[in-house]
Design a protein. Sequence first.
Length: 396
Amino acid sequence: MTSVPTNQGQVILSALIKVIQDNKQYLSDIDGLIGDGDHGINMNKGFTLCQEELGDGPCDLSHGLKTLYQVLMTKIGGSMGPLYGMLFKAMAKACKGKETLDAKVFGLMLLTARDKVLDISGAQPGDKTLLDTLIPAQEAYQAALEANESFGDCLGKMSTAAEVGRDKTKDMIAKVGRSSRLGERSRGVLDAGATSCCLILQTLATTIQGMLVSGIFMNTEQLKAAQQATQDLIRKSGLVLSKDEWSQLAVNDMGLGDISSEGFAFVDILRSERLRITVLVLLPNQTLPQHVHPPYENEPGKEETLRVLYGHTKVFVEGKANPEICLPKGKEQYYTARREIALDPGDQYTVAPGIKHWFQAGPEGSVNMTFQNRVDETKNIFDDPNSLGCPIKLTD
């Protein structure tokens, strides 16, 4: 993937909020060495208030950043509120109206944020401020972007430069703010603003990189809940997994942002050159969206046999419709295959290549085994244009 949808902004905002909450005391301890000792307290207050404003639902990235800006500007004290407020305002404006966040858009967000903080702070590089993290991070990102590196690699360069910039503030003398009164005595301590900026930039990097790689757009709490529920179902089924298989168990919301309704979990038991055997887990009433395994190049397409181990799974293919089908709300147009095949434990059904189909678990969830010829899963075609599918290539 080269971009992530901006309508999954809650994943990024949740990660930013959590990293500030987790480092509240650390930031205040650093600040207390040469300042008021309230940097972590104020930042935590602002980010937590933003969390309350946004709630648990999905949000657009620009809207989430704008909300953070408004809270920081109006509800926390100190000089960092306005500085970070304007930083996030600039970022929000740069991605406003964009359907996806790609390397170019993020680069614009960084550049406008840097320029805005430079404009209002009165500080310069070397003054022992957050700019000593932000400016080298932005420059490293831009250099990587101009070198045509991938979005993920650009973020990695930004993250590394942010950390180097933060660490350099330890040997600097503070030239702005209250700590500037200490002169030489301000040397030998990290700047609190540079440290929080590094946390923010590195969290942006790791969160977006994770979204680019996995296509999973859940916040931490949703992901943990889905993982736990999946593990519980496997244990109920009596299926025994190895330690390595447990570690490779993955949940996927397919970029749709509602894992309880649409998505799945899986772990490969066997993946050879020609054969793939997978444990497929569906949460209670969860749907794996409608798709087709098409032919491509010299490959006729994937033939897939699904066998139920625990619970009940419904397979839907084209044919005479069952009028009592329960479809994901608002997604009816993406589910046209409505002939139902109900499977109990021990039952199995084979889906031929080129056949539109989808799966749905019963109220207790289901654990299934699938047997299929090895194909490039990125060739799968999902009816929902927002679905990112399951990006597994033959070379994976």
